[in-house]
Design a protein around this ligand. Structure first.
Ligand SMILES: [Zn+2]
Length: 230
């Protein structure tokens, strides 16, 4: 692989054990003794020409991010941990930059296509959840799930204009798609209520809900990753 693996032993050990979060009695779930652990492989954007658009995350930010995603998913008894982190050079860097800088000249469909191409991951390992992390999206949405032979989640550190803070609720929602869930028509606090609602769940990580039927589907999907657990 051309990608340079970032051997962050500290990060791996920190994330695999997971930050300690105290739950009250009400948050005890039927799955607490049968937690499925899903490895996540990070692909962080690296740009030759505009390194200010590199996706940089500190260990502390990553720990916080995964603690919040895991808090959202705790009722399903599914935990996510960083398996490894790669730097991702862009094959079509100039196209990505053109889309970022000239958003108004592109249709939504074209902007979507540019972020999809930028997140192309050759020789992808399908035994992990591949997470493509740009610093900024081309299209002004908070995250994406790209299905197909190389399914992956795309989640930006910031929105297109770089103004909105990163939103773990959006990442948790896109992971829901990765685990086979579709949009629900439940109230806003339900994780799989569709596009435009993730921002409303920002910061409410201990209240976000999943349907029992969604939990069953997601656990079935998650099970295929857990054999790799160290
Ligand atoms: Zn969605």
């Amino acid at each position: 692989m051309k990608n340079i693996m970032l051997l962050i032993a500290l990060l791996l050990s920190a994330c695999s054990s997971g930050p300690k979060i105290a739950f009250d009695a009400n948050s005890v779930t039927p799955y607490q003794n049968n937690i499925l652990k899903v490895p996540v492989r990070l692909h962080l954007f690296r740009l030759k020409h505009e390194p200010n658009l590199n996706a940089n995350m500190t260990n502390q930010q990553l720990e916080k991010l995964f603690a919040e995603v895991n808090l959202i998913w705790r009722s399903a008894g599914i935990e996510f941990y960083v398996e490894s982190a790669y730097e991702k050079p862009l094959r079509y860097e100039q196209d990505y930059l053109d889309a970022i800088h000239n958003q108004d000249d592109y249709s939504d469909r074209e902007l979507f296509e540019e972020i999809r191409r930028a997140c192309d991951i050759p020789r992808q390992n399908n035994k992990v959840l591949n997470l493509c992390i740009p610093k900024r999206m081309t299209i002004n949405i908070g995250g994406l799930f790209l299905p197909g032979n190389n399914p992956k989640v795309v989640w930006p550190i910031a929105m297109h204009k770089g103004k909105k803070p990163f939103n773990p609720a959006t990442l948790a929602h896109e992971i829901g798609h990765f685990l086979g869930l579709t949009h629900s028509r439940e109230e806003e606090i339900f994780l799989m209520r569709g596009r435009g609602n993730n921002i409303k769940r920002h910061g409410k990580y201990d209240q976000i809900k999943l349907l029992d039927s969604e939990i069953l589907i997601a656990r079935n999907q998650a099970r295929q990753f857990t054999t790799l657990k160290k």
